[in-house]
Design a protein around this ligand. Structure first.
Ligand code: CVU
Length: 551
């Protein structure tokens, strides 16, 4: 007997033999879950076939909600409830054909004891691979052991062998022998000296990143604790998106009109219509340009060195998309904005690096890239992309890097090679235009900053962007999101599967250099800077450090 009310024990179900439990995680936005549900069903049917051919059965851990019109876990609460019914030691498949919010699953996955396999369909139609990469990166940051696998339909030998290995052993390890440690660097090399000087300068002078509402779309991996950031000299200014809306209301119509006139003159093509629900309208663009002005004014108020707007929750129900503003901020040439009293131009002649979706790994990288490229007198325009999908073209694997809204116009070769289309209604109810185009051919440095084992790491690599025939670009856009900016990237010395196995984020950061030799030098400066900070540097694929940099 006791005087107290003890909690009812929650029974732990036992696993059925040779049974794999399956969870499907989704978006928080009902429209996205309903629209993407048929593709998820197809993935699950393919998986069921493959798993049963190996003598196992799949049991869905949660029902399809017929009233809601989909079978996704659509909130953290739902995720916690579903995991109460999953036998803690059972093998668990997380199947993802869509963009998903990792935090829905983290609570359950953190305490799950059985083997976890995250799988996605190799299909560009919806961002399922992007969802997989976010979840695996989030599990990596959380220190949760897991494996991952991807396939067009789980009939190919490679995927079947992977599935079998995981079912038999509870583990699937992909080779990552394309990754190398940074060698000892030569103190005398100019690139090494520059990287170290810029690292020390940031630590000494310090920088502020403005974070408009932390934790976009459940991207747990994209939150970097102050304890890891502050030693680099980087501090967060935590801001609210509601102050952005309040500031927008203070921007005069004539100021937004002036920005629009500048963009029209520069040649940015707006694909306009009149139906607010499905088309881009002048009114949406007008609001987006007020957001551009407001963001710069708030950045100026707080002395920000970089800024990130979350947008896809909260703000999406309030104003049209922030993407157009984000793309403009990242470009050197952009419409001038003056202080409220008109006395000063804000951030004249330079980009204000923007980290889309408040991804703080991108914030660190964009800031560093901006400092390095500026010091090397290169175009510092940098952006993230989603690792969306890819296919062979002419015997070479060409990635479709594609972010959900905007990149700096210089990546397309200028505003007159860029266009703005309405954001898809299922994600962006109030619309707003993108800053899109096809990234120009050229040499790039790619990178990713991430948290692993409680410490910061960075993957660095080289790639070039290819110009595919227009018909192939059009085909790839049609297979993915024609509204969004696309980059045809060929990674140097990194295969599709190596990249998927190693990459710890849904995003990849890119910046151009005028030629291969300059790109190698910029990468070397970047490696030296991160190493000076104590961030572990991983060189991925064929990386040529600048001459004389490696001892
Ligand atoms: C619109 C979607 O939510 C996208 O934003 C999503 O797929 C991402 O871009 C994730 O990085």
């Amino acid at each position: 007997m006791t005087r107290y009310r003890f909690p009812e024990p929650v029974p732990a179900p036992t696993a059925a033999p040779r049974t794999v439990y399956l969870v499907a995680n989704g978006d928080l936005r009902p429209a996205a879950n309903v629209t993407c549900w048929p593709v998820q069903r197809r993935l699950e049917a393919d998986l069921a076939r493959a798993v049963s051919a190996l003598g196992w059965t799949i049991r869905r851990a949660h029902e399809v909600d017929e009233a809601a019109g989909h079978g996704f876990i659509d909130s953290q609460r739902r995720g916690i409830e579903v995991f109460r019914t999953v036998p803690p030691d059972a093998p668990l498949l997380v199947a993802e054909a869509v963009w998903q919010y990792s935090h829905h699953l983290l609570a359950g996955l953190r305490s799950h004891r059985g083997p976890i396999l995250v799988v996605a369909n190799w299909d560009g139609g919806f961002p399922g691979l992007v969802g997989l990469l976010n979840l695996t990166a989030s599990l990596t940051k959380a220190g949760v052991d897991h494996s991952s696998l991807w396939s067009a339909d789980f009939t190919d030998d490679w995927a079947v062998a992977g599935l079998k290995a995981w079912l038999d052993t509870g583990k699937l390890v992909h080779p990552t022998d394309h990754v190398h440690d940074l060698p000892a660097l030569d103190d005398a090399a100019e690139e090494v000296r520059l990287g170290r000087a810029l690292a020390a300068d940031l630590v000494r002078r310090k920088a502020i990143i403005g974070v408009f509402d932390e934790g976009c779309m459940g991207m747990y991996n994209a939150i970097i604790d102050d304890e890891l950031l502050n030693p680099l000299g980087i501090y967060k200014e935590r801001l609210s998106q509601s102050s952005l809306v309040a500031e927008m209301a203070r921007v005069d119509d004539s100021e937004a009109d002036a920005v629009r006139a500048w963009l029209d003159e520069a040649g940015l093509r707006f694909h306009l219509g009149t139906d607010e629900a499905t088309e881009l309208t002048d009114a949406q663009v007008h609001s987006q340009l007020k957001l551009y002005v407001a963001a710069l004014r708030i950045a100026d108020d707080f002395g920000l060195d970089a800024v990130g707007i979350q947008y896809q929750q909260g703000l999406k129900d309030t104003v049209p998309a922030s993407d157009l503003a984000e793309g403009l901020l990242n470009n050197v040439s952009r419409p001038p904005v003056r202080s409220r009293d008109g006395s000063r131009e804000l951030y004249p002649g330079v980009p204000l690096p923007h980290f889309n979706e408040v991804d703080e790994g991108v914030a660190v990288d964009a800031l560093v890239t901006n400092r390095i490229w500026t010091a090397m007198r290169l175009d510092p325009a940098t952006t993230l992309h989603d690792v969306r999908w890819g296919e062979e073209y002419d015997g070479e694997f060409v990635w479709t890097f594609m972010i959900s809204g905007a990149v700096p116009a210089s990546h397309h070769g200028g505003y007159d090679r860029s266009y703005s289309r309405r954001q898809p209604p299922m994600f962006f109810p109030l619309g707003g235009g993108t800053l899109s185009g096809c990234s120009k051919p050229g040499e790039i440095v790619w990178s990713r900053v991430y948290v692993h084992g409680g410490a910061l790491h960075v993957d660095l690599g080289r790639a070039h962007v290819v110009a595919l025939p227009e018909a192939e670009t059009t085909r790839r856009l049609a297979l993915t999101n024609p509204e969004w900016p696309i980059m045809h990237a060929v990674l140097h010395g990194v295969s599709r599967n190596q990249f998927m196995a190693k990459h710890k984020a849904n995003h990849v950061q890119v910046a151009y250099a005028p030629d291969a030799e300059t790109a190698d030098r910029a990468l070397t400066v970047k490696a030296a800077l991160f190493a000076e900070w104590g961030v572990t540097v991983h060189l991925c694929g064929d990386v040529q450090l600048a001459e004389a940099a490696a001892r």
